[in-house]
Ligand binder design. Structure first.
Ligand SMILES: Cc1ncc(COP(=O)(O)O)c(C=O)c1O
Length: 453
């Protein structure tokens, strides 16, 4: 175990000028480290410790941290001294990246609009769906995570994110993820411009739908004149195996939102891929040629990073690799965790996996679990995350909208040995949770402190 490498003076400045609560939370979880270097799947701290990254900045680092080819493409672009962004010319790199993305996405997704984040992409998708259909309403799935700007937040049902920020956009409604009937009953009102959905829900707990659900949803959208929009901010860029999770299910969406891993985790980026018809409804005349844009959207560094990232992901075959290794990883993980009653399920696709925990049945464990849950419902998961980090030097997190599901989403370059390391580490921590009163004692202390601060 290595010493914590946080720098008190830096913490103080950050607390004073950025967000003091974030520093307190990291300290509480004993996760406040100072990182010096990150490469591939590994993070190196100032204290000389090596941490395995099984979070990837929430699916940003698909190509691995600081991939040398992406770093040098960005450096070259800077050295070239070309137009970073002018808002007055036809940007060559944006054209190239849009062409590559539309070729990869396939189907009718022939146009791209660039922006700088996933939330911004969702905002654009809301506007485009309204422009195309002339309708106002937006349907989304319960448990969804679409981003924290006002429009995107209006498409998230979890009160934790929304409280204090209302009112939200009008005519936004949630339907249960996976229910074709509920979706049809709302779409049939013909009030909704679009149904937006993550093809595999990430923060809701790595929810992999029934293979027919999304195709049925797409058909219903067509029948009732709503657009079918996929938020692939986490699932895209080969995270689940194919370029888009849409390809797993043979879908032909009207829009797809990408962000996060698109620029190799180095430059903010986002893209909304759409059909020509949707794009033409927005940019419908000369006068409306600039009706939707974003200053940094097509900046040359992000575009160049995007092109280099696609090269890396494709040349290294990281999609098929993550599909094959991911299946093997889940099989081994499920078998290693099978003896433990609190492990309910291991699921996922490609390198996006979730381990769902359930309350224990054994009386002795149940008493501790319930006492603990009463103090702070989210803290059981955080105790696991903290232990994995502190004792095993593995960075993970629970899903943002489901505190009983631990996420495992390493960079797609993760090695088999690193996957095995994770399995052994998690098994040890889960074993501890099932056998050690010290685990629960410490977790209880954590929960009590979390309530106090
Ligand atoms: C599925 C999904 N959509 C949208 C977003 C928002 O992206 P950003 O944080 O880049 O705005 C996220 C962020 O985690 C996400 O997971």
């Amino acid at each position: 175990m290595s010493a914590n490498t946080a720098v008190p003076s830096l913490d103080k400045v950050y607390s004073e000028h950025v967000n003091p609560q974030w520093v307190r939370l990291l300290n509480l979880l004993q996760m406040n480290e100072r990182y010096e270097r990150c490469a591939g799947t590994e993070l190196f701290t100032a204290g000389g410790s090596r941490i395995l990254d099984f979070l990837s900045g929430y699916c940003v680092h698909n190509a691995g941290h600081n991939h040398p080819a992406i770093v040098s493409a960005i450096k070259e672009e800077l050295d070239r001294g070309g137009p970073g962004m002018l808002q007055s010319h036809v940007p060559e790199l944006a054209a190239q990246l849009a062409e590559r993305l539309s070729a990869r996405a396939g189907g009718r997704l022939r146009r791209a609009v660039f922006c700088s984040s996933g939330s911004e992409g969702v905002e654009a998708a809301i506007k485009f769906a309204r422009a195309y259909t002339g309708r106002v309403g937006m349907l989304y799935a319960e448990g969804a995570f679409h981003g924290l700007t006002c429009g995107a937040l209006s498409l998230m049902s979890d009160a934790f994110w929304r409280d204090g920020f209302g009112p939200m956009l009008p005519q936004t409604e949630a339907v249960p993820f996976g229910s074709v009937e509920a979706l049809e009953s709302r779409l049939a009102t013909k009030k909704f411009a679009a149904f937006i959905v993550e093809p595999i829900q990430g923060e809701a707990g790595i929810q992999v739908p029934d293979p027919d659900y999304l195709r049925a949803a797409q058909n219903l959208c067509r029948r009732y004149g709503s657009l079918f929009v996929l938020d692939e901010v986490q699932t895209g860029m080969y995270r689940t195996g194919p370029f888009l999770a849409a390809h797993r299910y043979g879908l032909d969406p009207d829009m797809v939102i990408l962000a996060k891993a698109l620029s190799g985790g180095l430059i903010p980026v986002g893209a909304v891929l759409s059909t020509e018809a949707v794009s033409d409804a927005v940019f419908s005349s000369l006068k409306r040629s600039i009706v939707h844009a974003s200053t940094y959207g097509e900046n040359s560094l992000a575009m160049r990073a995007g092109l280099a990232t696609l090269d890396v992901l494709e040349q290294e075959g990281l999609g098929p690799r993550s599909e094959a290794l991911g299946n093997e990883f889940r099989r081994k993980l499920a078998s290693a965790l099978a003896p433990y009653e609190m492990v309910k399920e291991v699921r996922g696709a490609g390198m996006l996996s979730g381990i769902e925990f359930a309350p224990p049945r054994q009386l002795r464990l149940r008493v501790m679990f319930e006492a603990f849950r009463r103090i702070h419902p989210a803290m059981f998961g955080q105790a696991l995350v903290m232990r994995l980090f502190r004792d095993k030097r593995i960075l993970t997190q629970m899903c943002g909208n489901n505190f009983m599901v631990l996420k495992a989403a390493p960079p797609l370059v993760v090695s088999e040995a690193q996957l095995d390391e994770y399995i052994a580490a998690l098994r040890d921590i889960v074993q501890l949770a099932h056998t050690s009163t010290e685990f629960w004692g410490e977790a209880m202390g954590l929960a009590r402190r979390a309530v106090k601060i």
